[in-house]
Write a protein that binds this ligand. Sequence first.
Ligand code: C2E
Ligand code: CA
Ligand code: CA
Length: 842
Amino acid sequence: MTPQRNSNDDATGRRLWLLIGLVVVLALAVVAGSVRLILEPGRPIPSIGLLIGFVILTAFASRMMVRIRLQSGKLSSTWLDLAIVVGLVLLPPPWVVLGTAVAITAPKLFVTTTTQRILFAVGKETLVAAACGALFLLSGYQPAPERPSVNIGLMAAAVAVMWLADELIAIPVLAVATHRSMRQMFLIGIRLSIVMVISRFVLAVLIVAILRSSGDARLLLIVPPVMLSVHFWQAGHERGRQERESWQRLADTTDELNVVELDEVLRNAVIRACQLFTAIEAEIRLPADDRVVRGSNGAIAYDGPMTEDTRAVDTVETTELSGHDGNNPIGSLRIHFQGPVRLTESEHFKLKAFSSALYTAIRNAKAYAELGRIAAANAHAATHDPLTGLPNRRQLYERAGQLFRAGTDQKLFALLLIDLNHFKEVNDTLGHGAGDKVLQMVAAHLRDAATPNDLVARLGGDEFAVLLGDLPTPALATHRAEALLSALEIGVEVEGMQIVVEAAGGIALAPGSGGIDELMRRADVAMYQAKRAGDQTMTYAHSRDTADVGRLMLGGELRRAVSEQEFVVDFQPIVDLGTGEVISAEALARWHHPEHGPLTPIQFLETVERSGQLPAFANAVLNQALTAAGVWREAGFDMPIAVNVSPRSLLDPTFPRTVLGRLEHYTVPADRLVLELTETLTISQLDVVGRALAELREAGVRLALDDFGTGLTPLSVLSRIPVHQLKIDREFVTAIETSSEAAAVIRSTVDLARNLHLTVIAEGVESEPQRHALWESGCVAGQGHLFARAMSSPRLLATLQRGTGGRPGALAAALHDEGSVVRMPRRRSPGSGRKPLPHLPA
Ligand code: C2E
Ligand code: CA
Ligand code: CA
């Protein structure tokens, strides 16, 4: 192997000179030793003709090379070994050594090459010849030009020694010159060497055998042509192999470029281009990206903005990175060589193939990155609310999903569901722009008040949610929720108006099962309860949850209940506390569920109210109530019927018309219908509700305020809703004898009612003492288990007809009939002819 080196820096140059100097010094010593041996007296002098023949053969053999290009240098293997072995068979070793030195030197004088190369080549081959000569000397072989012996073992050993010597000398020098490891160099050369060493050995044996059988050294003249033909065959074969290998490498390399990361594509390409074209450096220039990636075999030297490349390189091969027909150029690939290099036609092809693969890989990686960017933008849009920028429902669900997967026993977390109270009002009166502003301010306040462990999300409309993470104790959830809701009370300024945001929050701790859907449902239940109770927050409690049944009712259940008339109405009579006579009845809904049996409103009402079935349900109740009223009237009991109305029904603009239509249909006078409204209607809803109620009231329908006393702002409600009756909540009636506060509430309610000309009805009257106490407080009407439970319409009619104490229509003895001392109530309100309400402050 002959390295034809090319240094590219000073350190390499110095090391090369050192190695080559060593080779030359050793070679000189060998030459000197050979000369001494030749000059020793008594040594035979071989024939001049044979010597000249050997030198010519050797010179010829040394010029026949099979090459591998390595960077700008080449790895080559010659036929020298053959010449030397044949020489040693015929001539004494010292002459062979000297002859080799001459044979290598002479032709080099006629070709242009560097002194360094000449010195190294001569030095190395001299040493190789000397190593082989030493072997022959040691073996005691006597050269016999006339009749050489065919010593196959010795010849094999000789070829092996020469190969070894060649490798030992060449590899370090080659490795230094090409910046590769000795191992790499050894592996690159070994294939070439083995094939050639074997072919040379076979040929050498053949030649020696022919010489021996003919005994004519002139036959050596046939060696060069034989050598030449074997050489051409071999060189062609080797070229073909190299070609196949390099195409294979090209294919492998372009495969490697098929990665999605642009950085990886560029870095791989630079390193692979160096290896593929055995260049000292490769460079990819992408002007549009202002980027250059440069590297050598194994490492990236530069990756950054474009710079003017001022380094001197001898040869630069540039190919444009562009599509077919040179479309859409994106930059260029350059490969650098030290020293003059001409790429072969096939290498040009490969370079073209490589750069087109690189072009595609870069385009793909860029497209992929772009796709990633778009996907990220889409992901943001998909997980965020555009108005407030808050995470949306989807992200909330994802985060909660993660927390659930992490396990609820490790980290406590909770969900706070927030619903704004006045929002619709703001939207209706100030416009959607103002509504949006309020939502944005609410979002900002919540975000500011949240801790880093919380996730604040907008679920849509005026609903927000906060996932409270990392809770040390369950109690802290309430604390944090209150802090968040208080943050909303700061108020927001919209169009110069100060709006105080009121909100209700439902808190639910993450349940052990059911996941986010259950968590959401629980928070929703709690929020709904907070709203009903007029509280700022409410924490979910299993005992208050009616939705276990409620969940069953979702899906088709409610629709079926309506169509199959599973909703039925029972009636609880309302009694004159003084006389015990029934004065009206309240319709109370029941669900005769085919599987769960009779369900009370507490169990299903929430679900119905939040489903699309509320109007159908309300209609069913109204129909049954009006039907019953008609039946009773026919039987001589003409009394008003009270029907409970959900706040949500009142928000339905078609509700008043529906009610009036039903009254007409059943020919029930409007003043025979009392609609019971719950106080949980919030102030913000009053304006909407007010219009509906005004329409009903104008038509003669009577209104009652249910559960009076439990709400927060009864007076303000009274000022806005012109009702005819107040129903005192059961909790006060129950406590009337034991709690002076409850008694005071009842008394002041009665006073208020008298001033406003309203009727008062007490709910939940269960005992005679309660009845007495109520009567004495001035309350004249009541309902409760003392008189009757709710019952079906026919049963109530039968009860009325039967009566008590021979008095049809009465359910209890009159107070004065019992002989007890009865004070008359301070005043009995007729419950009609009511004057307009004074306007009370809200
Ligand atoms: P409410 O309007 O306050 O109705 C009175 C509730 O108290 C009824 O419960 C009744 O059975 C119960 N009650 C009556 N007297 C006594 C008593 O002496 N002691 C006790 N402990 N309880 C008594 P119910 O039927 O379960 O109704 C519960 C609530 O459901 C009602 O409260 C009402 O707000 C609502 N509701 C009932 N029916 C309907 C309806 O058709 N539509 C709407 N929207 N709500 C309804
Ligand atoms: Ca009621
Ligand atoms: Ca009530």
